[in-house]
Design a protein around this ligand. Structure first.
Ligand code: ADP
Ligand code: ZN
Length: 733
């Protein structure tokens, strides 16, 4: 009987984003398994593909044969195959994009790179039959004694290539590929000793252990203020998993994956930690993977994509700083590591431990309705206090004749820091480039009446637009709230802050850290060390520098313009502001000298700023969750963003309009917003137009939405317009 295989073609193209059926050559009939990499004819050429399923029947009539098997062992596990399917459905991506996210490129070029080809005996091979060929006899004896050997090893033992060849012809030996054993790096290092847990830590740790021992998958949110000692709980939780013979996976934001952090984990589990992040490439990446596959590494520490690490028998998955936007991938597959983690935790019946001082609204909401266990730590574990936060009203500064970007309070505090030879951090929001219109006299910002996001200024038309729903209006000449005339475009960047600082203190050494200055591989670590060693007094940067910094000599943190975060044209702007202030505040008062935080804003009464200044997460959550509920934003609805981009404005608009029309015919639950120009309307010559679908539980509609996508991609002539679909985007600009 013939058998068939459903094959995923390894080609990045929407046209081949469906399984193709091939006939399995009878000779392979029993050896082809799901997950194997194979070669198949495709059109006039030959392609790599992956076996998704083996079938006994196929409705397809004209079938071609699988040409070759790249590796006799499946490259993809059953878990990976299931995950590829889930990623493609959930995040509206091509299956091949999902597969590529799961496997390093080196694996796709001809099977696992850790496999070596060996020669082994076929069962019935027997020296007796080779009486008249003593060298062949010797070869068979060697293979019997030593087990499978590589060709060159046999040759070194005195067996010529010709002899090997004739044994193969007689079907006495055959080729096989086996996992090569990595050389064990014996570490003499003694593991660092676990710390004695504080009472609050012990309480949380016990609950984590109980969850690990429980065979049901569980999700726990560890809400612990900065420096409450969450890391120690992760470390001891991991140790518990290892004792039980299980493995553990820990994710941290890319930027906090510093050498210090890595040393911390390797120190506790010497020789057993594999590290994966985007700067680890090539041979080093292969080595880390081999450690995981061979079982040598039972702990994986990494950034977002490490969530795909091929660990077996996972007992614990930790996501530190779970609220971070970097856990969402911004290109296909546009997955959120937290959701993938929960998918894997369920499959492995493991514990998902989410840690943060400022949990995402989504996670805290899940805890508030009992879907996630909530653990909290409200005190610092070190004998230090959270710093006092002073909110400076920039409107008053202006009224009192002080127009500088640094308020008088901030300047006074900075001088104190410099006099005492301490250090200061100054923050600017990274996404400050999306401009908004602000009244400098009363702080008023123009917002969309229906979406409640700030409206974006479009310089070409001279109007303001809501980039969710498309609502458009004139730029006001006077402030609608106070009638003032100082209503204008607002922006502030790190460079500007640096220039102003240099004017004020020409002799003080400064470091500026943002994506421009830390682009190179080791720049971040260099600046980090430089500042830590006290070689600069002031560090100016975007919030990315806030992560994981631990400088005891920092006694002042200034947020130069909280408004850039607060007025992002994004419904998560208040959440980001609260997180930003809380996180940066956590960077000071870590030493015996204490510390202070100064937040400058035109909107001092805003609940995010007030709650952050009071270190009160719950107050913030209560306000924000009510607003989300009223406006129908996540976690009360799902959002799907369809972003169209292309070089010709009209075609982009036409494509977006066609697509939106098709969506509207589906009768989906919820609202269809747009098409509207994206907040960043032109990037590198591409016009960007988006449609947002917002509704309660859109997941069941995925197949119908995908169908429209397929139709969109197969329309002739094909639109010269890219379509990017993002399920529950973290950033909508
Ligand atoms: P978080 O991740 O909650 O912000 P950390 O894990 O960074 O906090 O801990 C803050 C500091 O407290 C670190 O320097 C850590 O080494 C220290 N620490 C953690 N647990 C203990 C403990 N039980 N006893 C003493 N120091 C601790
Ligand atoms: Zn709107």
């Amino acid at each position: 009987m013939n058998r068939y295989a459903e094959i995923l073609i390894d080609m990045i193209s929407n046209a081949v984003d469906r399984p193709f059926h091939y006939r399995i050559f009878p000779e392979f009939s029993n050896s082809i398994k799901p997950g194997m990499q194979v070669t198949v004819p495709f059109g006039s050429r030959s392609c790599q593909g992956y076996v998704l399923r083996v079938l006994d029947h196929t409705p397809v009539e004209k079938l071609r044969d699988i040409t070759a098997v790249v590796d006799p062992e499946p490259l993809l596990t059953a878990e990976q195959l299931a995950l590829i399917h889930w990623l493609a459905m959930r995040y509206y991506c091509r299956k091949i994009d999902a597969l590529h996210a799961l496997l390093p490129a080196s694996f796709r070029r001809g099977g696992s790179p850790f496999k070596v080809e060996v020669l082994e005996l076929v069962h019935q091979a027997c020296e007796a039959n080779l009486n008249r060929a003593p060298v062949q006899q010797k070869a068979v004896r060697l293979l019997k004694e030593k087990g499978p050997l590589q060709r060159r090893e046999l040759i070194r033992l005195g067996i010529s290539a010709a002899v090997i060849c004739s044994l193969e012809k007689k079907n006495l030996i055959r080729k096989n590929r086996v996992l090569s054993i990595p050389q064990r790096r014996t570490t003499e290092k003694k593991p660092t000793t676990p710390r004695l847990l504080s009472e609050a830590q012990a309480e949380c740790f016990n609950r984590v252990c109980r969850a690990i021992d429980n065979p049901q998958p569980q999700r726990i949110l560890l809400h612990g203020i900065t420096a409450s000692g969450k890391t120690e709980i992760y470390l001891q939780g991991i140790a518990r998993c290892l004792e039980l013979g299980k493995t553990a996976l820990i994710l941290v934001p890319e930027i906090s994956l510093t050498p210090q952090m890595i040393e911390h984990f390797e120190g506790r589990f010497p020789g057993r930690v594999a590290v994966l992040h985007s700067r680890i490439r090539g041979a080093e990446k292969n080595r880390q993977w081999q450690m995981i596959l061979s079982g040598e590494a039972r702990v994986v520490l990494g950034a977002r994509s490490a969530i795909f690490a091929p660990l077996n028998d996972i007992g614990l998955i930790v996501i530190d700083e779970e609220h971070e936007t970097t856990y969402k991938q911004e290109e296909a597959p546009r997955y959120h590591a937290r959701d993938v983690a929960w998918w894997r935790a369920r499959r492995h019946r493991a514990v998902l431990l989410l840690g943060s001082a400022t949990p995402s609204l989504e996670s805290y909401y899940q805890a508030s309705i009992g879907n996630t266990q909530l653990l909290s730590m409200k005190e610092r574990v070190t004998p230090t206090q959270l710093p006092p936060v002073t909110v400076v009203d920039m409107r008053r500064e202006l009224k009192e004749g002080h127009r500088h970007i640094f308020s008088r309070v901030l300047l006074r505090e900075l001088e104190g820091v410099l006099e005492r030879d301490e250090q200061a951090l100054l923050f600017i929001n990274r996404r400050g480039f999306a401009g908004f219109v602000l009244c400098r006299e009363c702080g008023f910002v123009v917002r969309c009446p229906s979406c409640d996001v700030s409206m974006t200024l479009h310089l070409d038309s001279g109007t303001m637009r809501c980039h969710y729903c498309g609502h458009e209006q004139e730029v006001p000449q006077t402030c609608p709230q106070c009638g003032g005339h100082k209503i204008r475009y607002f922006s502030a960047g790190t460079q500007r802050v640096e220039e102003e600082m240099k004017k004020l203190y020409p002799d003080v050494s400064l470091i500026r850290m943002d994506s421009d200055t830390t682009g190179s591989r080791n720049a971040h670590n260099y600046f980090y060390r430089h500042f830590r060693e006290g070689k600069a007094s002031i560090l100016i940067g975007t919030q990315m520098i806030a992560k994981g910094l631990d400088f005891p000599n920092v006694t002042l943190v200034g947020v130069v313009a909280a408004d850039t975060a607060l007025n992002l044209p994004d419904f998560r702007a208040p959440e980001r502001t609260f997180q930003l202030i809380t996180q940066v505040a956590g960077r000071t008062a870590r030493g015996p000298r204490g510390g202070k935080v100064i937040v400058q804003t035109y909107h001092p009464s805003h609940y995010s700023i007030r709650a952050a200044a009071a270190h009160d997460y719950n107050a913030f959550f209560e306000e924000e969750i009510e607003k989300r509920r009223m406006l129908g934003y996540p976690p009360f609805a799902d959002m799907i963003r369809f972003l169209f981009s292309g070089e010709e404005e009209e075609t982009v608009m036409a494509a977006a309009a066609w697509f939106t029309e098709q969506l509207s015919l589906l009768g989906l639950p919820g609202e269809l917003l747009g098409p509207a120009p994206a907040s960043l309307y032109r990037i590198k010559g591409f016009y960007r137009i988006q449609t947002i679908l917002r509704g309660d539980n859109l997941v069941p509609y995925a197949p119908r939405i995908r169908k429209i996508m397929q139709e969109y991609h197969s329309r002739k002539p094909v639109w010269p317009v890219r379509l990017a679909v993002d399920f529950n985007p973290q950033v909508v600009l």
